[in-house]
Ligand binder design. Structure first.
Ligand code: ADP
Length: 248
């Protein structure tokens, strides 16, 4: 009982982990009626704090499935997922929800900003759900918007923002919780090449400024080329085409 009610561990303890995220022999098999699809076939991967990893591969190669597993949104059929040393595999739904809210900054493909809320309220959402006092929330939201270079956009609604600004708000919302890891699902998928480059520049900016651990899924090789590590999925298997270099 006591062990399960203490997730996640205090931040001071978490930061001592050498691995932000570890996948051990992860397999995912989807079942639809009598049909089975092996989407992920035995992937082992260590994500070190400060890594910037691109997961690439053609459509259907298992990228989104792997990201969902990393985020605790989908249970692996076999293997283990460890986030800062905590095993996500046997958690209840409510424990996983808590871990996700506190540890994982998820950036959705279409950003998933709530249209009726201001940019500041979108960023505040995970902190409100966590029951933080209002003055702390205001301070952290203000700091996150400033860090993302949009200190004056707090009152604006998403429809009043450009694509790049919406991404900055989505990233501010991901970063305001000071996550162990940021997971991004094809954040350039809906954008043209120019805007895609801008998106990558924003990710690089954050990575360089904060040393944030980032795993980003993309089907675009040019986008993947900018990451510190590149992992290519082929038919549910992972091949590291650009291993981590020192000084990344
Ligand atoms: P990618 O993100 O690389 O396009 P996915 O992870 O979405 O790949 O899909 C990998 C494989 O798993 C594909 O064959 C896809 O059809 C299948 N798949 C994905 N989600 C489901 C699901 N919910 N039910 C059944 N099959 C699925």
């Amino acid at each position: 009982m006591a062990a399960l009610t203490t997730v996640p561990e205090p931040r001071a303890t978490r930061e001592t982990h050498a691995t932000a995220l570890r996948l051990e022999d992860v397999e995912v098999t989807y079942r639809r009626g009598s049909v089975e699809v092996s989407a992920v076939r035995g992937i082992t991967l260590d994500v070190a704090p400060g890594d910037f990893i691109a997961i690439e591969g053609p459509s259907g190669s298992g990228k989104s499935t792997l990201l969902r597993v990393m985020a605790g949104l989908w249970p692996p059929s076999a293997g283990r997922v460890l986030l800062a040393g905590q095993d996500l595999t046997d958690r209840s739904d409510s424990e996983l929800a808590l871990i996700r809210r506190r540890e994982i900054g998820f950036v959705h493909q279409l950003f998933n900003l709530l249209p009726d809320l201001s940019a500041a309220d979108n960023v505040a959402l995970p902190l409100l759900l966590d029951g933080l006092p209002a003055d702390q929330i205001d301070r952290r939201v203000e700091a996150a918007l400033a860090q993302l270079g949009i200190p004056d956009k707090g009152p604006m609604r998403p429809e009043e923002l450009s694509g790049g600004e919406m991404l900055r708000v989505a990233l501010a919302r991901a970063l305001v919780i000071e996550p162990t890891i940021v997971l991004a699902d094809e954040p350039t998928g809906s954008l043209d090449r120019n805007n895609s480059q801008n998106v990558m520049e924003i990710f690089h900016e954050i990575h360089a400024a904060r040393g944030t651990t980032i795993v980003l899924v993309t089907h675009d090789q040019d986008i993947a080329a900018g990451a510190g590590r590149r992992i290519r999925l082929v038919d549910g298997h992972a091949v590291e085409t650009l291993p981590r270099r020192t000084g990344n």
